[in-house]
Design a protein around this ligand. Structure first.
Ligand SMILES: Cc1cc2nc3c(=O)[nH]c(=O)nc-3n(C[C@H](O)[C@H](O)[C@H](O)COP(=O)(O)OP(=O)(O)OC[C@H]3O[C@@H](n4cnc5c(N)ncnc54)[C@H](O)[C@@H]3O)c2cc1C
Length: 418
């Protein structure tokens, strides 16, 4: 098979990328390992999706359906139940796929968009002491079992980590008849969206233990008991603060990591903060013709931003293949300033400033009031006040061509206001 553009992953990012790239002149292929398109949206049966894209509150499957419907009118091929297992770059990309139906297949593609989403951190990543019984699993897996397969994974549940998946599962398990005894969060603040704390914990009287972690697990075959403890400012458990819970299930909501390990063979430059590719505003990596978007690039809290990023990757991949844009790049870094964790894009190409650049980033700590600044050559070129800033919520600043005062690197920073 010879393809112009291969999109790996048919979730929100891959769907939006395909729609934006669609063109009669191009042979576009989406490869999705699941039997249906939609990605993680298929297991998110709660509402809250699409407020920015459609000014409506949709469920995950409803949101995905809007894109899948539009795709049917386009000239795009789709391989479902098919997994990409290898990719190499020669002049073009040589991709190996496998599926139950067709076995191994090879294809050659001029450009590739990675839209493979992210995976959940497991117990091994945080090294919780204690025994190794059944009943400990990532919250997203429990969500999939419940919402897609119809299995309630436990009756007495505790949740470690206050990421959005954990919060949503606290409510979901309660609604299905399980008792959720609490959520422990290592940090002094929650890692989930405020609306999820209110609607998923407070509304159901589920306690949130901030600055707490699980310090022991008991159970020979199945989980029987967990101990949580308060931690000090170096995250060390404080003796005497132990609380014991008799539970059969511990759900982990301790972080998501972009799922891009498969692409290490391409030697794409990575950021240690996002654990994914370094990109410029076109979302192209240092590997020519290789684009990354959505949760595969950095973990998003709202699907709307995933779709917008997918659209951008699709648009620029199309321009790359059609060679509409031949100018050489003039890449300069985006410096991560005080109180900022990371910024995407990591680089700005000053030879391609025709479109405003959306910089997406996360902060390192909670603030009641703060001032975001974009600085170039020591001068503030953009500033924006914001209230209730939190690491859990992604922030965005748009920089227009006329905002820049030179072609030098910019820095994004956050100052706390009293
Ligand atoms: C529990 C939960 C609740 C959420 N709640 C909200 C909410 O209320 N509102 C909101 O706006 N957002 C919410 N989000 C966030 C949003 O849904 C996600 O950020 C978004 O859907 C991610 O899209 P994606 O395309 O980047 O990744 P995914 O949806 O994960 O899609 C990636 C796809 O790639 C496929 N894939 C991966 N590797 C391969 C391979 N090698 N070969 C073939 N296919 C591959 C996967 O099967 C998957 O289908 C929530 C997310 C979760 C997990």
């Amino acid at each position: 098979m010879n393809i112009d553009l291969t999109i790996i992953g048919g979730g929100a990012a891959g769907l939006a990328a395909a729609l934006a790239a669609s063109d009669q002149k191009l042979k576009i292929l989406i490869i999705e390992r699941e039997p249906r398109l939609g990605g993680i949206l298929n297991q998110c049966i709660h509402n809250g999706f699409g407020l920015h894209m459609f000014q409506e509150e949709l469920t995950g499957p409803e949101y995905a359906h809007r894109f899948i419907e539009s795709l049917q009118e386009k000239h795009i091929d789709i391989l479902l139940g098919t997994t990409v297992i290898d990719i190499q770059k020669k002049d073009d990309f040589h991709i190996t796929l496998t599926s139950e139906k067709d076995g191994y297949q090879h294809l050659i593609s001029k450009a590739v968009i990675i839209a493979s989403g992210c995976y959940e951190r497991t117990r091994g990543a945080v090294q919780i002491p204690g025994e190794r019984p059944k009943g400990i699993m990532p919250a997203g897996s429990a969500q999939r079992y419940l919402n897609m397969e119809g299995y309630l994974v436990g009756k007495r549940v505790f949740i470690l980590g206050s990421g959005d998946i954990g919060l949503i599962m606290a409510r979901r398990m309660t609604l299905e008849g399980a008792e959720v005894l609490g959520v422990a969060e290592l940090m002094p603040y929650s890692n989930g969206l405020t609306r999820n704390i209110v609607q998923c914990l407070n509304d159901f009287d589920i306690p949130l233990y901030l600055s707490h972690t699980v310090t022991n697990i008991k159970g020979k075959d199945v989980l029987e008991q967990i101990t949580i403890q308060q931690v000090d400012d170096r995250f060390e458990p404080i003796p005497g603060t132990e609380k014991v819970f008799e539970v059969d299930t511990l759900l982990l909501s301790i972080g998501l990591i972009p799922d891009v390990g498969l692409f290490d063979s391409l030697q794409m430059q990575k950021s240690p903060m996002t654990k994914s590719a370094i990109v410029d505003q076109s979302l192209m990596t240092n590997v020519k013709g290789l684009f990354v978007c959505g949760n595969a690039l950095h973990v998003h809290d709202l699907v709307d931003w995933v779709s917008k990023e997918g659209e951008k990757a699709g648009k620029y991949a199309k321009a790359y293949i059609l060679e509409e844009e031949q100018r050489l790049k003039d890449l300069k870094s985006v410096i991560v300033g005080p109180n900022i964790r990371y910024v995407v894009p990591h680089m700005i190409d000053f030879n391609h400033l025709d479109e405003p650049i959306q910089c997406s980033f996360r902060v390192t700590k909670k603030m009641a009031l703060g001032l975001f600044k974009v600085i170039q050559n020591g001068k503030v070129i953009i500033q924006k006040k914001a209230k209730y800033i939190a690491p859990a919520e992604m922030e965005n600043i748009v920089i227009k061509k006329e905002d820049f005062i030179s072609n030098d690197p910019i820095e994004i920073s956050l100052e706390e206001l009293a």
